[in-house]
Write a protein that binds this ligand. Structure first.
Ligand code: WTA
Length: 646
């Protein structure tokens, strides 16, 4: 089954923006003449002052510098909203589908304009100026999109914190970028359950100072505590301001947003994206990868708290004048038919989701799918983690009824937009492969020493030169940016992913090669979970690894050494699980916890994670060399008490 090959449907090859011939020609142009190629593509945006320079980038570890369109001036909000008013003011910009299936609404571009302007004026009234950081901790309601575009309008840098993160995680992110204002809601609503967002903000603000305004959108109308002089309800503030707000002219390289993401070490990194290159890249990829044509209804199920929500719910689609669906809920509420029902309800043409959702819905049974029509669908997409061929085939056969190509899009928070992907009118599909690079993207596979491997091969995935959507720095820590991405393999951007290339030049992402795990499409640093665990008073040491998990892709496996005298009980496991959930958020909830009297360490004290990974995978027959361990005996105890027995 993994050898299956799916041809390009004739209607796609005929009607899509690019067929295979066009792809090959455009790709060649894009890598041979990036200035010429991107110089043309950049014109897809409205510029207040056109650029005269296009690419100016260096991956030299002594001088990493990435600039695109550097003398151009534009505004993202003007590009996503104002410029569509002339022709599309009555077209729906956002279809909002509530958690409760009875709740939905449509927002036209005219209404979007008014809402964004009002939000921008509220920000201004609270002292927000160009360059200020604004933390957004909102659920999936239209106000999240208004807030993002309002920040862009006034030149403020937004930092969205996923509404599933804990008060501690929120506090850390507010502190790191020093934001003075938080935009939140009274409560969120997901799968019929309330999420206490405002209460979480209050708890976060006990740990971090400097926040002078908290703007609270009423979502549920729940009774929430409000602090006088600091907390304001959005609707009361909006009632005081005008529905027109001029845009701030921004340099192409002025920051647009910060988004925190997990790395292999330390605390989350503030990935910084800028204005011009990011929007050019997000909008172009959205158009070509999803073959978006005017009038299509497009639905990406991500949350705006992740980069997929930034680039492919809000910025890419709205820059293209698209109709983008925003979903507040979860795929299995009220039933596993929800996604397919929403597709029928709103006549969705393009559906973009994550393998973890596909696997879960596959497990729920075909009848939930087949009882719906889905006749509007023409294209399916996947993102966030490798998709196993079984899930791919189910998505293709059952959901898309063999009619809809699947674009398996590989990219990262750091890359701003999709880098490796099929184009539906051009690319023969192979289930499980992200296939070929997008225009301007030059991937390479390197060995452990950084030597480039040619032909069919396997190794570490790097990108050899810059593309416009690339992150520019880690907020406040350029040195860490250089260290993290440009020193492992000198001269290249290191992705942290392993990859195979087949004889047809197709790329197959095999997963992370660093200490980052991917749980249900969410990126998690094992170091973060470890530091949460060791913060518990009964824990002396912890090591966390990923292991294969049928639904989540990877599960979180924790080895925990307790303080002397503490009892290793099931109740303590429960306590530790809840502890991690409250320290980081429910997405970091440990799946398996093993109490370990000792961890396998080298004589210099380094934990041998390779061994821990093997035991967590239940593959301890192939542990490799354990002779360098300080105490080889601990391994037997770990094996005897392993928690994942197949
Ligand atoms: C993984 C999400 C295989 C990969 C957009 C990457 C994928 C990490 C795919 C980035 C895919 C993303 N196939 N793996 N199509 N898409 N990944 O920053 O390991 O949340 O490095 O960005 O997800 O996760 P992030």
């Amino acid at each position: 089954m993994t050898d299956a090959v799916i041809p390009v449907p004739a209607v796609m090859a005929d009607n899509a923006y690019v067929n295979n011939e066009a792809y090959l020609a455009m790709y060649k142009h894009s890598v041979e003449d990036p200035d010429g190629f991107w110089g043309e593509v950049g014109k897809r945006l409205d510029w207040i002052k056109p650029y005269t320079k296009v690419k100016n980038t260096s991956y030299d570890p002594h001088n990493v510098s990435i600039k695109w369109f550097e003398d151009g001036v534009l505004n993202v909000s003007a590009n996503c909203v104002d410029r569509h008013l002339a022709t599309k003011s009555d077209q729906v910009a956002i279809i909002w589908e509530g958690d409760n299936p009875a709740e939905s609404k449509s927002i036209t571009y005219r209404e979007l304009y008014e809402n964004v302007c009002k939000f921008a004026n509220v920000l201004k009234a609270h002292g927000v100026k160009k360059g200020d950081r604004v933390t957004i901790y909102l659920p999936m309601i239209p106000e999240a999109a208004y807030a993002m575009l309002a920040c862009a309008r006034v030149g403020a840098i937004h930092s969205i914190v996923f509404a599933g993160f804990s008060p501690d995680s929120l506090a850390g992110r507010v502190e790191d970028c020093d934001s003075k204002i938080i935009l939140t809601a009274d409560e969120g609503l997901r799968g019929g359950r309330k999420v206490p967002l405002k209460t979480n903000v209050d708890a976060a603000l006990e740990k971090v100072s400097g926040v002078t305004s908290v703007i609270v959108v009423k979502r549920t109308g729940g009774d929430v505590p409000m602090t006088d002089g600091r907390d304001y309800f959005y609707d009361a503030e909006a009632a005081k301001v005008s529905a027109d707000c001029p845009v701030e002219p921004m340099n192409a390289e002025d920051p647009l947003f910060i988004l925190y993401t997990s790395g292999s070490t330390g605390k989350p990194k503030g990935v910084l994206h800028t204005t011009g290159g990011y929007l050019v890249y997000a909008s172009m990829t959205h158009q070509y990868v999803f073959d978006y044509h005017d009038g299509d209804v497009y639905w990406c199920t991500a949350d705006v708290g992740w980069v997929t929500g930034h680039s492919y719910i809000v910025y890419g689609p709205l820059a293209n004048g698209a109709t983008t669906l925003m979903f507040e809920g979860v795929p299995n509420y009220p039933s596993p038919a929800r996604c397919w029902e929403v597709i029928d309800k709103h006549n969705v043409n393009i559906f973009y989701t994550a393998p973890t959702a596909i696997r879960a819905l596959m497990g729920a049974g075909d009848e939930h799918v087949t009882k719906t029509s889905r006749k509007s669908l023409k294209l399916l997409g996947s993102v966030g983690e490798p998709i196993n061929p079984e899930a791919w085939m189910w998505y293709y056969n059952v959901v898309g009824e063999k009619r809809c190509p699947i674009v398996d899009t590989w990219w990262q928070t750091e890359t701003g937009g999709i880098l490796i992907t099929p184009l539906p009118g051009a690319t023969i599909l192979k289930p499980g492969s992200a296939t070929r690079p997008f225009f301007g993207v030059e991937p390479a596979i390197v060995d452990a020493e950084g030597g480039i491997l040619e032909g069919a091969t396997e190794g570490n995935l790097v990108i050899t030169t810059s593309w416009p959507g690339q992150m520019r720095t880690i907020y406040g820590d350029h040195e860490r940016f250089v260290q993290t991405y440009f020193t492992t393999y000198k001269g290249y951007y290191f992705t942290g992913d392993g990859c195979r290339r087949d004889a047809d030049g197709y790329y197959w992402i095999t997963g992370r090669v660093d200490d980052v795990i991917n749980v249900s499409g969410h990126r998690m640093g094992t170091a973060e979970v470890e530091s949460a665990l060791v913060a518990h008073p009964k824990v002396s040491e912890a090591a966390v690894v990923g292991y294969p998990h049928d639904l989540k892709g990877q599960g979180i496996y924790c080895y925990v050494t307790l303080m002397d005298g503490e009892e290793p009980t099931d109740d303590l496991k429960k306590e530790l699980r809840n502890w991690v959930r409250s320290e980081i958020g429910p997405i970091a909830s440990p799946d398996l916890i093993q109490f370990a009297p000792g961890l396998p360490k080298t004589r210099s004290g380094k934990i041998m994670r390779r061994i821990l990974r093997k035991i967590a995978e239940d593959e301890f027959g192939s542990l490799g060399d354990t002779s360098t361990l300080a105490d080889p005996g601990v391994v037997n105890d770990l094996i005897d008490n392993r928690q994942n027995r197949k």
